[in-house]
Write a protein that binds this ligand. Structure first.
Ligand code: UDP
Ligand code: MN
Length: 433
């Protein structure tokens, strides 16, 4: 049952009874003051107990009921009024109880729908800025506006949401785990910002077969209800299936050349993303995420992923000691991480952040790739090795747990409570040939 509805229904029924008793059964006029006051007190009390409604919900109905009773006995002598007025008043009480005045009387701003890349700058990000994500004028109205009232369990400092996983990195970046955040609070906060998020993904050669599964599931589970532009790079635009996306989601298909080696396709993503940020995306989106196409989403991936610089902890290596995971250790490579160093092993399949931070990341990583090429070396796990080096020295501000990229081949341990995104099983030799 939706508890909030009860605050409309119960007062109306009760007020009907009050009025009826007042006019038909009892002929003692004082009852018109006492009964509504008691009833309204009860209504107000339940309002505070169940719904975290402020004390005003006890006072307002009591005062109103007092007026109703007073009018009933002193001024008006028409008995029907004792049914109608309390019903109307109780309706108002109930309505106030279930919604917030700001919310009730404000109209949500409509969000313009972008259907193609616009040549007009939507917003501009200073690509060289280091501290601020987006330059924005402070809107005083926004700063002092009151959030819609929400009901949720109180947090307590001595009651951690989970004790079986690390919730914070040593540099105080939160790690996202199921059971540690309230999606409704995050959504309400995020909605005030009117951000646009871009997703860069590639489907080159045989990987076009993954487009439908990726987009179909992302349309449903990726930042559900929020604006997202999907940027799909492909050498086969004609093979992109026509799909109906949610109104707040847009798909942009961008032709791209293919490379004979799959490693080059994968590595060149960094270069293509960095160039596209410079020419387009810093006008079009606030945050940008790069994702593999050979994945599907099974659970919500929401605004908890939004932060300045975001890395995903690999599902293969999340418990391995730093010296036994897959970092590039050969000092000749620009991706080299000296032994004894390393935080987490990050997956290149899913990373992101503010447009300016992703620009710095992709530019730096591709510079490493280019220098390695010139030196005749290729890092162990290609651009993923360069990403790991970058994120070691530019700490992510937020980390996604392996829930956000769970490899389909792995059995799921208890600490992975949900599988939000998973790679699609593929015959590596066949699909990369
Ligand atoms: N990719 C592609 N065509 C290819 C190889 C790779 O489009 O022939 C893109 C695709 O977006 C893919 C990503 O590069 O998701 C990374 O490659 P892959 O998924 O094969 O790497 P893995 O996840 O197996 O390490
Ligand atoms: Mn992949």
């Amino acid at each position: 049952m939706d508890i909030k509805k009860v605050h409309i229904v119960i007062p109306i029924v009760m007020a009907g009874i009050i009025g009826y008793l007042g006019t038909k059964i009892m002929d003692i006029k004082k009852v018109h003051i006492v009964i509504p006051i008691v009833m309204a007190g009860i209504i107000g009390y339940f309002g505070t107990e169940i719904m975290d409604i402020k004390k005003v919900h006890i006072l307002i109905p009591i005062v109103m009921a007092g007026i109703i009773g007073y009018l009933g006995t002193k001024i008006m002598d028409i008995k029907e009024v004792h049914i109608l007025i309390p019903i109307v008043m109780a309706g108002i009480i109930g309505y106030l109880g279930q919604t917030d005045l700001n919310e009730a009387f404000s109209v949500l701003p409509s969000i313009p729908h972008i259907s193609r890349p616009s040549s007009q700058p939507v917003r501009q990000v200073d690509l060289d800025e280091t501290s601020l994500v987006i330059s924005r004028q402070t809107d005083l109205n926004e700063a002092f506006s009151v959030l819609p009232r929400m009901s949720y369990p109180q947090p307590f400092v001595d009651k951690p949401q989970r004790t079986d996983v690390l919730l914070m990195s040593p540099w105080l970046a939160p790690i996202m785990w199921e059971g540690t955040f309230n999606r409704d609070i995050l959504n309400a906060q995020y909605r005030q910002k009117k951000f646009v998020v871009g997703v860069a993904t590639f489907a080159v050669k045989k990987y076009v077969r993954f487009i439908e599964g990726f987009l179909g599931s992302a349309n449903k589970f990726f930042l559900s209800g929020h604006r997202v532009n999907f940027y799909l790079f492909t050498d086969h635009p004609e093979k992109v299936p026509s799909m109906k996306l949610a109104p707040e989601k847009s798909l942009f298909i961008i032709p791209v050349q293919n490379y004979s080696r799959w490693q080059d396709i994968s590595m060149n993503r960094m270069d293509i993303i960095s160039n596209r940020i410079r020419t387009h995306w810093h006008y079009e989106v606030d945050y940008l995420y790069s994702m593999d196409i050979d994945v599907q989403m099974f659970e919500h991936i929401g605004v908890e992923i939004i932060d300045t610089l975001v890395g995903t902890i690999s599902s293969w290596q999340y418990t391995k000691p730093r010296d036994s995971n897959s970092y590039e250790r050969r000092p000749e490579s620009r991706a080299a991480i000296p032994s004894g160093e390393g935080d987490f092993y990050y997956a290149a399949s899913f990373y992101g952040g503010s447009v300016s931070e992703v620009y710095k990341l992709t530019t730096a990583c591709f510079k490493g790739v280019t220098e390695d090429r010139a030196n005749g070396i290729e890092a162990k796990w290609h651009e993923e090795s360069h990403l790991n080096k970058y994120l070691l020295y530019h700490k992510p501000t937020r980390l996604l747990s392996p829930e956000y990229y769970w490899d389909e081949e792995l059995p799921r341990p208890q600490i992975i409570r949900v599988k939000r995104l998973s790679s699609v099983r593929k015959d590596l030799e066949e699909v990369r040939s």
